[in-house]
Design a protein around this ligand. Sequence first.
Ligand code: GRF
Length: 200
Amino acid sequence: MLNIGILISGRGSNLQAIIDTCESGKIPAKVAVVISNVASAGGLERAKKHNIPAIVFEPNNFKDKNTYELEIVKELKKHGVELVCLAGYMRIVGQVLLEHFPHRIVNIHPSLLPSFPGLHAQQQALDHGVTVTGCTVHFVDQGCDTGPIIIQSAVPVKENDTEETLSERILQQEHHIYPIAIEFIAKDKLKIEGRRVKLK
Ligand code: GRF
């Protein structure tokens, strides 16, 4: 059983999708702890409803990023976490987390990377005029949404889409592919070769 730690900053719908998949018994994984950098994050309540420890660490309460991340690492290790999933975690992961969890941190991003990294990916896609966008689960490295790609799902852009309508359709796909990526990792099916992630 793979112990997962999930980092959030907001409503936690991807967190919910992961919890639900784990609880259904479809994948050999369990959400062991949820950590938020925002005290009001809705995802914390979702975790509590499932009796999952829900912890808040606010970066401003720490002297620097390394100290903040070290506290997160300690909490993750305390719960035996082997895989860290970022699910709407609105901070760039730093050296401390990366060093403690090499190739064991994954993220979901609402675009077909490498297009539209960073904030407001759905609006970026609309502004650029692409006809297809989507979402990506990738390993996290020191960059912003730059790590090796595990799985992607394409979502067509409709003529009259707004940021909200497009985000909603992409989100459905996020909830579909994030658990699949975690299943691959929980079943030890992936190997990373340079930028490419292959099935063993
Ligand atoms: C998702 O669109 C995710 O791709 C992005 O932030 C959003 C988080 O949504 N990184 P939620 O908190 O999982 O509902």
